[in-house]
Design a protein. Structure first.
Lengths: 296, 193
């Protein structure tokens, strides 16, 4: 069993707890134990918080990293926004002495010290990594194959970009999450401008909602063109933007899509036999029923 | 000041606000942006790949190429007072495609930091600070969600600062170190009463 400190972030536990629940259960079936990371806070939000003062962003993210260092465990998380803060600050502090000294100066006030002793991973990349889980093992864990469903993937931005700092290879046309969707028995579907942002990041959702929804709407149009039963992603903030965003798009632009949006962990949970109740799919703004009818 | 000798007076007045000259430039601005952003806007040759990759460009007047140019030319006022500065979704598409290996996204982040130092910052950003200061979360828990969590067999509050509020003190100490909460409160009060 691989053990990780499970960094929750905000939106998964506080808006879509089904993704949190699914993460524990699906990971356990695949040989990963997710441990509580007590006292963790917001990562903090890279756009909203980092825009005001990057130094505070570094220090706050470092505090979360220190909690995992004290446990002696690598961090696993399920949100691209958190990945940007937690992975990237870890990376920057490991490679920039001046930055690390500055952060530790502040952390001293709360009796903490960043050491750089752990690594940070997105649960999706651990699932894909054949040395930890791998696509074959995902396929073997499926008890309710999602056969006959067409599912599109939204990768989001902050997991893989900027690519020269990350380790995922191409950000123009990746297909690794499609492989993991295919392993569940579903048909992964390509669509126009797949790597386009959801529109929520950088504080834009709060600053200019209509502008942010217009980007989301462009994605929705592209998805509608190819016809899919569900959209999957690996970021609760993107999930919020697509899920609640569809209601807002309906109000503001008068167009309706009714496309179910599920975190990959929720999708995996369904395929491993978890019920919609166990995944709290009723908390989604857009009903997952039409998709569930095809699956269950 | 516009230099439009012999030009119609009305046009001259209009151009006074739009044309920029050496004396409008602050070379220190370029250096400060490069230091905070840890990237190299002075290498930009203005190809426009960034703007062409930008999800905000087709639906607004926001032009990332223009901001990189402003960084290079030291046009501090133009950069920091332009409300388009806050339309970057930080998607990093420009950064991944820049042929000069610049990270235009980080140029924007540095400019936002510099604007915020002068209190030029939209309130929604500051409200996130307030939320994190009081609860540790930018998006805090609520009663509907607590009930849903319990139905799932999860604790009503996650094992974060919500479940262990004694950790909030540490977060407040960090934010107070930079006096950010005070500033956020003050600005929000000024704008919203």
């Amino acid at each position: 069993m691989h053990e990780y400190a499970f960094y929750l972030g905000c939106i998964a536990p506080n808006r879509y707890p089904g993704s949190e629940s699914a993460s524990y259960k699906t990971a356990e079936k695949l040989g990963i134990k997710l441990l509580d990371l007590q006292g963790a806070s917001c990562c903090p939000a890279p756009g909203a918080f980092g825009s005001i003062d990057l130094n505070i962003w570094y220090a706050m993210a470092a505090r979360n990293l220190c909690l995992a260092e004290q446990m002696g465990k690598d961090i696993a998380l399920i949100c691209n926004g958190c990945y940007k803060s937690i992975w990237e600050v870890n990376h920057k502090l490991k490679h920039n002495d001046e930055l690390r000294d500055g952060v530790n100066e502040v952390l001293k006030e709360i009796d903490m010290e960043y050491k750089g002793s752990i690594d940070v991973w997105h649960l999706a990349e651990l699932f894909y990594d054949p040395e930890i889980v791998g696509v074959d093992k995902i396929r073997e864990s499926v008890t309710v194959p999602l056969t006959g469903t067409r599912i599109a993937v939204h990768y989001g931005c902050h997991l893989m970009k900027p690519k020269k700092e990350r380790h995922f290879g191409t950000t123009e046309h990746p297909t690794w999450i499609e492989e993991m969707v295919g392993a569940l028995g579903a048909t992964p579907v390509e669509y126009r401008n797949k790597m386009l942002c959801c529109g929520a990041g950088g504080g834009v959702r709060g600053y200019d909602l209509v502008h942010s929804l217009d980007i989301t709407n462009e994605k929705m149009i592209n998805l509608q063109e190819v016809g899919v039963d569900a959209l999957t992603e690996v970021c609760p903030f993107c999930q919020l933007q697509f899920d609640r965003g569809q209601i807002e798009i309906q109000e503001k632009f008068g167009v309706r899509y009714d496309l179910p949006v599920l975190h990959y962990c929720e999708l995996l949970g369904l395929a491993q036999g978890m019920s919609p109740q166990e995944l709290a799919l009723d908390l989604h703004a857009i009903s997952c029923e039409p998709f569930l009818e095809k699956v269950l | 000041m516009a230099r439009t000798k012999g030009y119609p007076e009305e046009l001259d007045k209009k151009l006074r606000d739009t044309r920029l000259y050496n004396e409008d430039s602050n070379p220190e601005f370029t250096k400060t942006v490069e230091k905070i952003s840890m990237t190299i806007p002075h290498m930009c040759y203005q190809c426009g790949t960034c703007t062409a990759s930008c999800p905000s460009a087709p639906r607004s007047s926001y032009r990332i190429r223009k901001f990189v140019r402003r960084a290079l030319l030291g046009l501090e006022e133009e950069a920091l007072t332009d409300p388009d500065l806050w339309l970057c979704t930080t998607c990093y598409s420009c950064t991944d495609r820049c042929p000069r290996d610049i990270a235009p996204t980080d140029v924007i982040m540095a400019m936002r930091n510099l604007a915020a130092r002068r209190d030029i910052v939209p309130v929604n950003f500051l409200k996130t600070v307030q939320a994190i200061y009081s609860s540790g979360h930018g998006v805090p828990n609520n009663d509907v969600n607590r009930a849903a969590r319990m139905k799932l067999g999860l604790p009503a509050d996650p094992p974060t600062t919500h479940g262990f509020p004694e950790y909030i003190k540490g977060i407040q100490t960090i934010i107070d170190h930079y006096k950010l909460k005070e500033r956020a409160d003050k600005i929000i009060k000024e704008r919203e009463g």
